[in-house]
Write a protein that binds this ligand. Structure first.
Ligand SMILES: Cc1ncc(COP(=O)(O)O)c(C=O)c1O
Length: 432
């Protein structure tokens, strides 16, 4: 092989990676998989909120009708069309011996549209934790630099920064938040010093479902040359999100919670202003726009999709696309409204039960479709187990930040009847 031919071969195999594996063409153009037909059977007759058939939506989920699952904040079950997409894609890819990387572009388009941003700012990753790790390492912080996190962060949102503390001597500053929501912007602003390089925080906290003022925090960070790093694991799919309007530096989320996407999917966003300035931590096939092994030169793509290096699981990427299509069929505003209505209904019922303390702010400005509460004189983690085993209602105990509380998630498949059942159970428990 001449030098020029070898270079061209190497460029093809590493750059494109589509038709060659160790120099052997595994697919000819005429039998490659051009597309997977993902036409959905699921259609709603009406997206006018008052006329939505919620029973029809519930019927798209596989878990039994009598299973009372109010824990989407931990794991969102996938509707039939997502499962079908994943299965169908695996089958078609296996039939044609293709990894199907070239099909994943439609997922980026779908996510970008859903979040009002550009495709080049979006990558599909494995989960929110991976996203926060990418952010933490991409910033190339040094010993003595400060990062602010808070006591309401999930381990996946906090551990990547704590790892920097261990590895590099980065100082992680831990602050507490105001459970009413109102004072959080001020608390965060007050924690900043001249050494602060990044503030990492959740859009919605996993502890008490509290909404943080992302746009205001991002504006403050911009002004101070601090990176704003948002963990949207509990927000994406719960209500409309406009990344252009929020203008954060980084945003990451799971695909397998409120989006009801396949397990092992996540979304990563990097503001385009950083794409040329911050190099990726890992690189491989698809990270580059130019690659020349002989001359040891490489240029990165001007796209966050450079994070999707190497061979990936196309089926779950397309499944994530279907998950967003499913939500779009209902309308994200309608999804958000339903979650709010269920949450308000539950709050009203809870308030009538003596001895219950609600830990989630009431206003829509500071909360959405989750509610956390505790019964004062009880061990609430044990109580959560009792509710699960005795009343067959699946919630989540909140041990984080020593809250000793119980979290309820209100998703599109949940019903007012389920909330009545939960309230009845709580009344029985509190009167015993
Ligand atoms: C706020 C928050 N961040 C991160 C995670 C971790 O998500 P994943 O498992 O997708 O990494 C969770 C999971 O509950 C979470 O609530």
């Amino acid at each position: 092989m001449s030098k020029a031919t070898r270079r061209s071969f190497l460029q093809k195999s590493i750059l494109g990676g589509l038709f060659y594996t160790v120099g052997i063409p595994i697919l000819q153009a005429n039998n490659s998989l051009e597309s997977v037909n993902l036409d959905s059977e699921f259609k709603l007759e009406n997206s006018n909120y008052d006329k939505i058939d919620w029973k029809k939506i519930r019927a798209q989920f596989l878990f039994p009708k009598n299973r009372q699952y109010l824990n989407t904040a931990s794991l969102g079950p996938s509707p039939r069309m997502v499962i079908d997409t994943v299965c169908k894609t695996i089958e078609e890819l296996e039939t044609t011996c293709s990894h199907g990387h070239h099909l994943t572009g439609k997922t980026h388009t779908q996510i970008a549209k859903f979040l009002n941003t550009s495709e080049d700012e979006i990558a599909v990753i494995r989960n929110a934790t991976e996203g926060m790790n990418i952010i933490a390492r991409t910033l190339r912080l040094k010993a003595g630099d400060e990062v602010i996190i808070n006591t309401h962060e999930h381990v996946g949102g906090a551990a990547p920064w704590m790892a920097l503390q261990k590895d590099l001597g980065v100082i992680v500053k831990l602050i507490d938040l105001d459970l009413d929501g109102e004072k959080n912007l001020k608390i965060i602003k007050n924690a900043v010093t001249s050494k602060t390089k990044a503030i990492a925080f959740s859009h919605i906290t996993c502890t008490n479902g509290m909404k943080l003022p992302v746009k205001e925090i991002a504006a403050f960070c911009r002004n101070k040359n601090i990176y704003s790093c948002v963990d949207g694991a509990q927000a994406l799919g719960m209500f409309p999100i406009d990344l252009t309007d929020m203008d954060v530096d980084f945003y990451t989320s799971s695909g397998h919670k409120w989006l009801f996407g396949p397990k092992g999917t996540g979304v990563f966003y990097m503001n385009k202003k950083w794409i040329k300035k911050l190099n990726p931590v890992f690189a491989g096939a698809y990270s580059d726009s130019k690659f020349d092994l002989n001359n040891l030169t490489m240029e990165y793509r001007d796209s966050v999709q450079r994070e999707e290096y190497g061979t990936r699981n196309t089926a779950i990427s397309l499944g994530l696309r279907s998950a967003i299509e499913f939500i779009n069929t209902i309308g994200i505003e309608n999804v958000a409204k339903r979650g709010r209505e269920l949450s308000i209904y539950f709050r009203k019922g809870l308030s009538a039960i003596p001895g219950i303390e609600i830990l989630t702010p009431e206003s829509e400005e500071f909360s959405a479709s989750m509610l956390t509460f505790r019964i004062k004189s009880k061990d609430n983690l044990k109580l959560n187990q009792q509710i699960n085993s005795q009343y067959k209602i699946r919630l989540r105990g909140i041990y984080e930040n020593n809250l000793d509380a119980i979290r309820v998630s209100f998703a599109i498949f949940n019903t007012f009847k389920e909330i009545d059942n939960l309230l009845l159970a709580l009344k029985k428990i509190t009167t015993n």
